[in-house]
Structure formats: structure tokens, C-alpha cells
Design a protein around this ligand. Structure first.
Ligand code: KG4
Ligand code: ZN
Length: 343
């Protein structure tokens, strides 16, 4: 039987398609970003995003199939992200995947976008040891999860307000650094002094036991964003590089401190990063340091697999298909889909 999965990803502003073999060999991965179309509005405009997906999807899928050297009949399944995301955008990819599944007579697999981010690290390291702690940091989500096994996730905590990527985007927007803000901040922070300003690290204490159980692994970034804005109002001449480096350090500190607590409390021997913010160079550096210091191996997806792409969807889809078989063709797009948690 074939181990080839074609996956389609259209949950936000990237139109992506990829063919992956057995969740480990990326035969093709095409990502067409609409960033330029949204940048002038300072964020993603949902209506523009769905229209762009309609225009881009067929050429993107065709390119992924040609680059992989496969035809429809060679595939084991066609997977698509069904949520969470922008409903109009999701619908374009889901409808296309179902149409291809019907016309090629291959099974359809509905993939959760958050789960796909968790699988990005497994593309490089398919034999990752489980259980492991996963820090998922994207534009819409920030959560610490224990991945007990394939498809089995236990939530330790998530953000109470803004996602980490959202905080990067909002601070960057305030500073006029453009959209998306994360890469711009990352780039500029290299020239800044990360200890220049001491911004707050919410819900981070010396001793985790002093935090209530439901706060220990929770994150909060909206106060940090406000602290940066208030600081800039009172000190408009502050060096932008120092401000972003200090801001980035505060975000990274909160993320890696709670990852360390999670490793120490659960005793797991592996930890991995996922989501667009996992492309951040300072987070990658500190994550490895902290995990190794706590006795766990750290796994990082390559930066191109951190931000939205379809290869991670194909990997998650392949494992899910092996476990559960095809998804019903009446599975709809679900903008609020959550991770299927245990416990
Ligand atoms: O995972 P993703 O591509 O889309 C969502 O599922 O949300 O994540 C996008 C987010 C954006 O907020 C973007 O600013 C952030 O990831 N991001 C970064 C970096 N690259 C992307 N944040 C910090 N540093 C980066 N290098
Ligand atoms: Zn994403």
C-alpha cells in the first residue's frame, strides 16, 4: 500500500500543499504566502484570504503533485486542515480535498491544525520518544501539552489572553515594523540589548508551587504588550532594537521557564517546539539550553516547518489515518476546533 499523503493547508493566509511519504520523507512542500496582500492592512483580512486561496489552490496543489512526481492514484490519502482557522479560508482547502478524494477515489483525512504543528518536529525526527512535552506557540495559540502518544494529548496550560505570536505582532505593529511582526522583531532584536529594559514576566515565580494549579502552566502576554506601549509613551527615544530585544526576552523567559517546570514535574526525557513562533531564533536557543539543563532532549522543526505549511498536515494526517482510517466526507470546517485532549 502507498504511504503517500497529499495535504492541503488553507487555515489562514498561506495556501500550501505537500506530498509526504510515511510522515517522514517530504517529497514536495509548496507554500504560497499572501503576506504582501495583507501587509498594507496590518493583519490578515479574512475575505481577501479566502479569495486568494480560491485563486492559488489549484496551481499550488498541481505544483506539489508534479514536484513529488506522483499522480492521484498513487496516493494513500488526501488530507486537509479542517480547523481551527478562518472559516472561509478553511472551506476552500477542505472542499478541494474532498473533491480530489472523490475524483481520485482515495480516502479523505480531516486534520487539526494544532496537531499538525505538533507533528512538524516529527518530520525530521519520526522516532521521537514519547511521552514528551510540547510547547506550541503560534499566532493564535500558546499551550504546553504532554504528548503521551500519537493522538493522545494532555493539556498542562495555555494562554489566558494573547497568544505569543499575537504579542509579537501587536508590539511590532505599534513600533511600525510591519506584518507579520514576529520575524521583524526577531531580526531587529539581534542588534539590541535584551537586558536594557525589564518588562514583566506574568505568572512566572521563582517557585512554581506558589502558583495556583490552574495558573502554573498558564501564560499571559497582554500585560507585557501594555508595558511596552506605556514605556514607549514615557520614553519615546528608547532604542527600538533594545525595546524589541527586551520584549522578546520577556516572552521567551516565560515560555522556557514553564517548559522547564513541565519537564521537571513530568520527568519526560524529550521536549519539542511547534508553531510559527518556534521559528524565533532566541526561543530556539533558550529552549535547547533549558531542555538540556533539565535532562530532556530538545527537538526543533526546521524554521520553514514552524510557520504554516502542508507537510506538517500530511505528517499528522498519515499518523491519524493509520490509527483511525479515513474521516467521513461530511466532516466540515470548524473555525474553533480544539485539540482532542485526554484527562
Ligand atoms: O503558526 P503560524 O504560521 O500561524 C498560526 O497558526 O497562527 O504562526 C504565525 C505567528 C505570527 O504571529 C508570527 O509573527 C509568528 O508566528 N512568527 C514569529 C517568527 N516567525 C513567525 N514570531 C517570532 N519570531 C519569529 N521568527
Ligand atoms: Zn499555524
Amino acid at each position: 500500500m502507498s504511504d503517500l499523503v497529499l495535504a492541503i493547508e488553507t487555515s489562514c493566509d498561506e495556501t500550501a500543499a505537500s506530498v509526504v511519504e510515511a510522515a517522514r520523507v517530504v517529497r514536495s512542500s509548496v507554500v504560497s504566502s499572501q503576506v504582501d496582500q495583507h501587509a498594507r492592512y496590518g493583519g490578515v483580512v479574512p475575505e481577501l484570504a479566502s479569495r486568494a486561496h480560491v485563486e492559488l489552490l489549484v496551481p499550488v496543489v498541481a505544483e506539489a503533485m508534479v514536484a513529488a512526481g506522483v499522480e492521484g492514484r498513487d496516493l494513500a490519502a488526501v488530507a486537509a486542515t479542517t480547523g481551527p482557522g478562518l472559516v472561509g479560508s478553511l472551506l476552500v482547502g477542505v472542499s478541494a480535498a474532498k473533491a480530489l478524494s472523490l475524483s481520485w477515489n482515495v480516502p479523505f483525512v480531516a486534520v487539526n491544525h494544532l496537531e499538525a504543528h505538533l507533528y512538524a518536529a516529527l518530520l525530521e525526527e519520526p522516532d521521537l520518544e514519547m511521552p514528551m512535552v510540547v510547547l506550541l506557540v503560534s499566532g493564535g495559540h500558546t499551550m504546553l501539552v504532554v504528548m503521551e502518544d500519537h493522538g493522545r494529548y494532555r493539556l498542562l496550560g495555555s494562554t489566558l489572553d494573547d497568544a505569543a505570536g499575537e504579542a509579537f505582532d501587536k508590539v511590532a505593529r505599534y513600533l511600525g515594523l510591519g506584518y507579520p511582526g514576529g520575524p521583524a522583531v526577531d531580526h531587529l532584536a539581534v542588534d539590541g540589548d535584551r537586558s536594557a529594559f525589564s518588562y514583566p514576566r506574568a505568572l512566572v515565580q521563582e517557585n512554581p508551587a506558589t502558583l495556583a494549579d490552574d495558573r502554573r502552566y498558564a501564560f499571559s502576554f497582554s500585560g507585557l504588550k501594555t508595558a511596552v506601549v506605556n514605556h514607549l509613551r514615557s520614553d519615546p527615544d528608547a532604542s527600538t532594537a533594545d525595546v524589541v530585544a527586551s520584549f522578546q526576552e520577556a516572552v521567551v523567559d516565560a515560555l522556557v521557564t514553564k517548559t522547564r517546570w513541565a519537564i521537571e514535574e513530568t520527568g519526560v526525557r524529550a521536549a519539542c517546539l511547534g508553531g510559527g513562533v518556534a521559528a524565533n531564533s532566541r526561543l530556539r536557543e533558550r529552549f535547547v539550553e533549558v531542555c538540556n539543563g533539565a535532562g530532556a532532549r530538545a527537538f526543533l522543526p526546521p524554521p520553514a516547518m514552524c510557520t504554516d505549511n502542508a507537510a506538517m498536515v500530511a505528517a499528522a494526517g498519515w499518523w491519524q489515518f493509520r490509527r483511525e482510517g479515513p474521516s467521513p466526507l461530511d466532516t466540515g470546517a470548524d473555525p474553533n476546533l480544539g485539540l482532542n485532549l485526554i484527562g
